[in-house]
Design a protein around this ligand. Sequence first.
Ligand code: ADP
Ligand code: ZN
Length: 241
Amino acid sequence: MIRYAASVAKPGQQFLVLFGAPGVGKGTFAKLLINDTKFNHISTGDEIRKILKGNTSKSFDPKLIATIKDIVAKGGLVSDEIVMNILQEKLKEPESAKGVILDGFPRTLRQLDLYEKILPTNVVVNVTLRGDILLEKLAARRTCVGCGTAFNVCDINRDGYVMEPLNPKKEGICDACGGKLVVRDDDKKEVIEQRMKEYDEKTHPLLDRYRAMGVVVDFEVKKGKKDYPRLWDLVKQKLRI
Ligand code: ADP
Ligand code: ZN
């Protein structure tokens, strides 16, 4: 059973969903969007990693942490209950008042059902990237153990796809916090495959629902961060800014 503190959108509050397979760059585009929208960024993946590191104000049962750790390590999805709780907590932040960028949520039809009971969806950006490029990019991701910022060592230039590396200023060290950069456990090859499978089976079906709602903006990534102005042009038409 999931219980809610009654939660509805605040006047003028808008909700943007970044939708797409693992590794398409949702987190990177979210950070750029924050700057233009001044919305809050809610990444359920980032929040789950904070829970696993014990980096939260609330304390969690060690058994629950162990369970979550195991699921994430195998590329599975954590329970809808946990994710909905994360959402509720993040919505309380003052930064959420103007709007919210949802990144990595909702990821199951049930999460979408639960979400729709309490909040609207103004725009869904369907971020896509050709499969082979996506896999190469995902394997090249380096993540900060301290703050979770993602960098990328890929260097792709073929068929019109240009993905320059997103290197830190100092090799192996996070620009934002000085933390060490590592390959996330779930960015290892077998786990990536499982995450893609979960996406295809459980998350991708949400797109039909969003299309029926008429809120989808399709956005194909070709040059990574450099595609952002095109993304912003599309998004801005759908939001009250
Ligand atoms: P990516 O988008 O690169 O796959 P995330 O950082 O969004 O990765 O998520 C990492 C992991 O956290 C997922 O593989 C999953 O185990 C868990 N997770 C994140 N968001 C959700 C969600 N909405 N529902 C269930 N599990 C989630
Ligand atoms: Zn960092």
